[in-house]
Design a protein around this ligand. Structure first.
Ligand code: ADP
Ligand code: MG
Ligand code: MG
Length: 876
C-alpha cells in the first residue's frame, strides 16, 4: 500500500505529533474531545521530506491525495472550493513537531477570487467583510508565497487611511477595501509580472509549497539551531476551513493562556480584538483588550471559552496557549499547545500542578527546559540605585529580567555591537521574525507597539530575555536612529535600563546584582536531585566562583585551571623569571616564589568547597602567553634578571610557535621542566594538609590532573614526579592522606589508547573542548569564520563546541570509557569541557556512563536538571 500523506483532523490525535506536527496533532485531539474546531486536514511532515527529495516539488500522487481531501472537506462543511454558490475558504498553516513561533507563515482566506468575493459580498450582505478577506488574502499570498514583501501593501493601506482621514483599518469601508484589493493586485503584477492567481487549486498548491519552503528559511534554521530541532524533521501543513472574526462587531479573534505565562499565576491571561482576523492581535496594529473585558462584550462565547480552557488543562495536564475566533458570537478553537513561559513561571506552574495533583514530581522535573534556567540566575537591578533612578516611562512587562545597555535601533546593529562586546538594548517600533538574531544579541528589547502576545513578547519569553513592549509614549524616529521619551531625545549609543518584570524604563545605566536559588526553584531542583545519577561539578579557578557554584549546588570542582592564577600583577614577574631562566636552579628559585601563592589559592578553594572533591589541573598553556610584549615590561624583566634587553627578546623569540595550541603546552611543559610539576604538587598537597588539619571533619583527597596526555609514558613520567613529591610531603607531615592522579582525555590518541593510559590514571576527565578541536582539526577560535557557511549548506547543524558531536567526538568518549574501565575498573570518569553544561550533551554523558559532568557555575543548575531528565528518560 502506498503511504498516506494526508489525514483529516478526525483521523489524527495528540500522539501523532511526529507525523502531523504539533499544531495538526492538537487540532485533531481537540476535534476528538468534541471542542468546536473548524474542520480540515493535515499534510504530513513526510510529505515535506518528500517535497525536498523530489527537488522541491509536490509530486502528482501527493497533489491528487490533497485534492481528494479537499473533496472530503467539502463534504464535511457543505461548502465547495472555488464555488460561486457556497464557496469554501481555507487557511494554510504550517506546523512543525516542536512549535516554532513566528518562524513559519500562514495564509488565510484562500480560495478567493474576484467572482467568489462578489458572491460572498452579496450573499452575506456584508461586502466589507468579503473585501476585507480578499485584500488580506492577496496581501498574505503575495508576501508568503511570492515573497513580494509586506511593506508595499502596508504602504498602500497607510496611504488609503490617510486619504480617507482615518487611523484604524476597521474604519475603512467596503469600497475602500475593494479599491485596496485592486491596488494590491496591481502591485502584485508589477512585482511578479503576472496576474494574481484566480484558480483556488493553484493558490492551494502554491501556499502548501510555500510552507514546505519556509522550513528551510534562514530564520527557521537559526531557531532550530538554538532549540535543538533537527532539520530532518520537516513541517506539516494544515488546511483548515475558515472561521471569520472579521464579520463585524459580534466577531473577533483572541490569544489566551490558561495561566499567566510571565508569572505562572493561575488565572486566564490573554487578549482579544473585535472585528479582526488572524494575526491582528499579535501584530500590534491595534491594541487589543485584555481577555477579562471579553466577558462583558461576549458573555456567551466567553463562558464557553472558560469551559474549554478547563477541559484542555485537565486533558493535557499543562498550561495551554490557545488561539480562538468568535464568529457571530460563536466560539471556534484554532490552536492549543503547551504554552511557552518564562523560567520563573515554568517553575511555579510545575509546582502548582504537582500540588493540584495533576502531575507527579517526576513529570514536573521533566517538563522544565533546563536551558532557560540560567536567566533566573542572572542579575537583577540593584534595588538601592533603582529607587533613586527616575522612571521615564512604563509599558507592558512582557518578559522578566533586568537589562541595561546602549540603545540601538536595528537587529543588525544589535548583532554588530554585541559582537564587539557592547551591551545593547534593542529599541524597535515592533519586532518581526527577521529580528530574532538581534534580539538574541541584545540585553533586552523595548518596543513601541504590540501587546503581551506580540511577536517581541512571545519570542523574548521563549529566550528568557528581558522585554518591555507597547510603549506608546515613545516618539520613534528609526530612520535617524533616535527616539523621544519623557521630553528627552535618545540617540544610538545612549544608556537605557529596562525592567521586564515591572515594565519600567529608566534613563541611564543601573548596576545589577546576583540572584539566588530559592522557593519553587529550590523545590524543583530538590526533586531533580533525587532522580539523577550523574554528579555535577563546576569549573572554577577562584574561591569566589567556587562559592557561587556551591550555592547553585555544585558537588565539587571538576576543573581548576592553575594558570589563571599566574596572571596577577604580583605573580607575573615570578613566572616570567621562571620562563627566562637559564638553569634549573634559577627556575626553582622563581618557582619557590610562586609556590606559597599557589598554595594559598588552593587553600581558599578547598575552604570554599568544604571538603568536596577538587580537581586541580597542572599548568597547561604555552609559555609564550606569559611573556611581556610591551617594551617597558621587557626592560623591567631584563633588569630584574640581570640580563640585557636583547637577551630577553631572544628568549621570547625562541618561544614563538607556529601552532601554539598544538605546541609546547600541557604535560609537555612538565616533561621539559619537571620542577614546575613538583612545585605545583607541593602547593596542592600542602594546601590540602593544612585545610585537613583545620577541618578534621572533612576528608581531603586532592585530585591532580595532568593535561594533554597522548601517550601513557608521558603520563607515567609526570606522575612519577608528582608521586615522589607528594609522598615525601605526606610522610613528613605524618599524615595518611590519599590523593589521586589522573589525566585529561583531550587528544584523540589518548582516547585511542585509553586502555593503556587507564593503567596509570586514577581518573579521566574528558576535555571536550580540545578533544573536539583536535578531532575536527579546526580550532574553536577560528571556527566562527566558516561555520555559518557549514550551517547554510547543511553540513553541520550545530556548533560542535557548544553541543557535543555525538557521532565522532562522542564515539571517542564512549570508546575511551569502555577501554579505560576494562583495564582499570576503579577508574573515575568525568567531563570538564563546555559540553558539561549543555543539556543534550549531558544526556549523552549519562548514557555513556560517566560519573560526573563539570561546567561553569551558572550552568550547574542546568546540568543538574538535565542529568535528572536524562535519568528519567532512561527509565522509560
Ligand atoms: P502561527 O503558528 O504563526 O500562530 P497560525 O497558523 O496559528 O500561525 O495562524 C496565524 C493566525 O491565523 C492565528 O491567529 C490563527 O488563529 C489564525 N487562523 C489560522 N487558521 C485560521 C482559520 N481557519 N480560521 C480563522 N483564523 C485562522
Ligand atoms: Mg505566524
Ligand atoms: Mg498559531
Amino acid at each position: 500500500m502506498s503511504k498516506k500523506y494526508v489525514y483529516l483532523f478526525s483521523e489524527g490525535n495528540a500522539n501523532m505529533r511526529e507525523l502531523l506536527g504539533g499544531k495538526g496533532a492538537n487540532l485533531a485531539e481537540m476535534t476528538n474531545i468534541g471542542l468546536p474546531v473548524p474542520q480540515g486536514f493535515t499534510i504530513t511532515t513526510e510529505a515535506c521530506t518528500q517535497y525536498y527529495e523530489d527537488g522541491q516539488k509536490i509530486n502528482d500522487g501527493i497533489q491528487a491525495e490533497i485534492m481528494e481531501y479537499i473533496t472530503k472537506l467539502e463534504g464535511i462543511t457543505g461548502k465547495k472550493f472555488g464555488d460561486l454558490e457556497n464557496p469554501l475558504l481555507v487557511s494554510v498553516r504550517s506546523g512543525a513537531r516542536a512549535s516554532m513561533p513566528g518562524m513559519m507563515d500562514t495564509i488565510l482566506n484562500l480560495g478567493l477570487n474576484e467572482d467568489v468575493v462578489d458572491v460572498l459580498a452579496k450573499k452575506s450582505g456584508n461586502p466589507r467583510w468579503a473585501w476585507d478577506c480578499y485584500r488580506r488574502f492577496i496581501q498574505m499570498y503575495s508576501d508568503v508565497v511570492m515573497e513580494v514583501g509586506k511593506k508595499y501593501f502596508e504602504q498602500l493601506i497607510d496611504q488609503m487611511k490617510e486619504a480617507r482621514g482615518v487611523t484604524q483599518d476597521v474604519e475603512l469601508t467596503a469600497d475602500d477595501l475593494k479599491e485596496l484589493a485592486g491596488q494590491f493586485k496591481a502591485e502584485y503584477k508589477s512585482k511578479i509580472g503576472a496576474d494574481f492567481p484566480t484558480d483556488p487549486k493553484e493558490q492551494l498548491m502554491g501556499a502548501i509549497k510555500a510552507v514546505f519552503r519556509s522550513w528551510d528559511n534562514p530564520r527557521a534554521n537559526v531557531y532550530r539551531r538554538d532549540n535543538d530541532i533537527p532539520y530532518s524533521w520537516g513541517t506539516a501543513v494544515n488546511v483548515q476551513s475558515m472561521a471569520f472574526g472579521n464579520m463585524g462587531d459580534d466577531c473577533g479573534t483572541g490569544v489566551a493562556f490558561t495561566r499567566n505565562p510571565a508569572t505562572g499565576e493561575k488565572k486566564l491571561f490573554g487578549e482579544f480584538l473585535t472585528n479582526a482576523q488572524g494575526e491582528d492581535v499579535v501584530a500590534g496594529i491595534r491594541t487589543p483588550m485584555p481577555i477579562s473585558e471579553m466577558s462583558e462584550k461576549f458573555p456567551e462565547a466567553f463562558a464557553q471559552f472558560e469551559k474549554v480552557c478547563k477541559i484542555l488543562e485537565d486533558h493535557y495536564h499543562d498550561m495551554q496557549d490557545m488561539e480562538f475566533t468568535v464568529e457571530n458570537g460563536k466560539l471556534y478553537m484554532l490552536q492549543t499547545r503547551n504554552g511557552k513561559r518564562t523560567p520563573a513561571a515554568a517553575l511555579k506552574i510545575a509546582c502548582d500542578l504537582v500540588d493540584g495533583g495533576m502531575i507527579d514530581e517526576k513529570q514536573a522535573v521533566a517538563m522544565i527546559d533546563p536551558r532557560t534556567l540560567d536567566t533566573l540566575l542572572h542579575p537583577q537591578f540593584d534595588g538601592e540605585v533603582l529607587k533613586k533612578t527616575p522612571v521615564i516611562g512604563s509599558a507592558l512587562a512582557a518578559s522578566p529580567g533586568a537589562a541595561c545597555g546602549k540603545v540601538v535601533f536595528s537587529a543588525e546593529d544589535a548583532k554588530a555591537w554585541a559582537e564587539r562586546g557592547e551591551k545593547v538594548v534593542l529599541v524597535r517600533l515592533e519586532t518581526s521574525p527577521e529580528d530574532i538574531e538581534g534580539m538574541k544579541a541584545a540585553q533586552g528589547i523595548l518596543t513601541v507597539r504590540g501587546g503581551m502576545t506580540s511577536h517581541a513578547a512571545v519570542v523574548a519569553r521563549g529566550m528568557g530575555k528581558c522585554c518591555v513592549s507597547g510603549c506608546g509614549a515613545i516618539k520613534m524616529d528609526e530612520e535617524n536612529k533616535q527616539f523621544e521619551l519623557s521630553g528627552k531625545t535618545f540617540h544610538e549609543g545612549d544608556w537605557l535600563s529596562i525592567d521586564g518584570s515591572t515594565g519600567k524604563i529608566y534613563d541611564g545605566a543601573i548596576p545589577t546584582v546576583d540572584a539566588s536559588i530559592g522557593g519553587e526553584f529550590g523545590r524543583v531542583m530538590g526533586w531533580a536531585d533525587q532522580y539523577r545519577r550523574l554528579k555535577v561539578r563546576t569549573n572554577a579557578d577562584t574561591p569566589h566562583d567556587a562559592a557561587q557554584a556551591r550555592k547553585f549546588g555544585a558537588e565539587g570542582i571538576g576543573l581548576c585551571r592553575t594558570e589563571h592564577m599566574f596572571f596577577d600583577a604580583d605573580r607575573i614577574p615570578a613566572i616570567r623569571r621562571m620562563i627566562c631562566s637559564d638553569t634549573v636552579e634559577q627556575r626553582e628559585a622563581a618557582l619557590a616564589v610562586l609556590e606559597p601563592m599557589q598554595q594559598s589559592d588552593f587553600e581558599g578553594i578547598y575552604e570554599a568547597m568544604e571538603g568536596l572533591p577538587v580537581t586541580i589541573r597542572f599548568l597547561d598553556p604555552p609559555l609564550h602567553e606569559f611573556v611581556p610584549t610591551e617594551e617597558a615590561d621587557i626592560e623591567l624583566l631584563a633588569k630584574d634578571m640581570g640580563k640585557s634587553v636583547a637577551e630577553i627578546k631572544a628568549i621570547i623569540a625562541g618561544l614563538h610557535e607556529f601552532n601554539p595550541m598544538m605546541g609546547h603546552r600541557g604535560c609537555r611543559l612538565a616533561v621539559t621542566y619537571p620542577e614546575i610539576a613538583a612545585m605545583q604538587t607541593r602547593a596542592v598537597i600542602k594546601a590540602a594538609l593544612n585545610v585537613q588539619a583545620k577541618h578534621p571533619e572533612w576528608t581531603m583527597v586532592p585530585e591532580i590532573m595532568i593535561p594533554l596526555v597522548g601517550e601513557v609514558k608521558e603520563l607515567a613520567y609526570v606522575k612519577k614526579v608528582v608521586v615522589e613529591t607528594a609522598d615525601a610531603i605526606i610522610k613528613e607531615a605524618g599524615s595518611n592522606m590519599k590523593y589521586l592522579v589522573g589525566t585529561m582525555i583531550e587528544i584523540p590518541r589518548a582516547a585511542l589508547t585509553a586502555d593503556e593510559i587507564a593503567k596509570q590514571a586514577d581518573f579521566f576527565s574528558f576535555g571536550t573542548n580540545d578533544l573536539t578541536q583536535m578531532t575536527f582539526g579546526f580550532s574553536r577560535d577560528d571556527a566562527g569564520k566558516f561555520l555559518d557557511a557549514y550551517y547554510d549548506k547543511k553540513i553541520y547543524e550545530n556548533d560542535p563546541f557548544a553541543k557535543l558531536d555525538q557521532t565522532g567526538v562522542g564515539k571517542l568518549v564512549d570508546m575511551a570509557c569502555k577501554m579505560g574501565r576494562a583495564t582499570n575498573p576503579e577508574l573515575h570518569l568525568g567531563v570538564c569541557g563546555e559540553h558539561g553544561g549543555d543539556p543534550s550533551s549531558v544526556e549523552f554523558f549519562h548514557r555513556t556512563g560517566l560519573d560526573y559532568v563539570s561546567c561553569s557555575p551558572f550552568r550547574v543548575p542546568i546540568a543538574r536538571l538535565a542529568a535528572a531528565q536524562a535519568a528519567i528518560k532512561d527509565e522509560k
